[in-house]
Ligand binder design. Sequence first.
Ligand code: DX5
Ligand code: ZN
Length: 217
Amino acid sequence: MGIQIAPSILSADFANLERDIVSVDNADWLHFDVMDGHFVPNLTVGLPVLERVVQVAPMPVDVHLMIDDPDHWAPRYAQAGASSVTFHYEAAQDPVAIARELRRLGTRASVALKPGTSADVVIDRLAEFDMVLVMTVEPGFGGQDFMPDMMPKLERLRAAASEVDHDLWLQTDGGISRETIGQAAAAGCDVFVAGSAVYGAEDRRAEIEALRDLARQ
Ligand code: DX5
Ligand code: ZN
């Protein structure tokens, strides 16, 4: 698939969500951040909002669940129309069972690792997942600084996926901007979430193209 850009609605205007989704219609994905106030110290939106968002979004929706009990909730987000569902390894009882259920429902299955979680936890079972999200900030808030010390984790996952010939997508989320996207791309990332960088730009569509070009270099 190559380089893909996923603007995060966390930085959008929730009172003008449709307008702000359409304003990034040259993006590959819409990144939909779900927070429950338990797994992370912040609260956003959930299933009823997703059900409407998938109806108006011109691009597929990539759900990022920062919630407890993804074993119960992840399949519901697939059923509500997400094209990709990412759940956190740290919150899951049985990550492989969740991924299998997501795939059975026809959704891309993805697992996220917080900065303190080693690649070791998934490295031997990468084939169970369509994507691994390497968090480059502590999950919970937009606008935080990118953590360059996560690059070895990306490199390791990219090497391990190549070794078993698995077309794994690697996503980074947190602090992605024109300044940082090149580092993440060089480490093997191909799907880039960008919240404040895209929504804070004067010309959002141009910012998406600029990020895409920088990641290709
Ligand atoms: C943070 C969220 C991100 C957030 C990224 O926990 O998962 O998707 O919107 O925001 P930026 O790109 O501003 O760091
Ligand atoms: Zn996110």
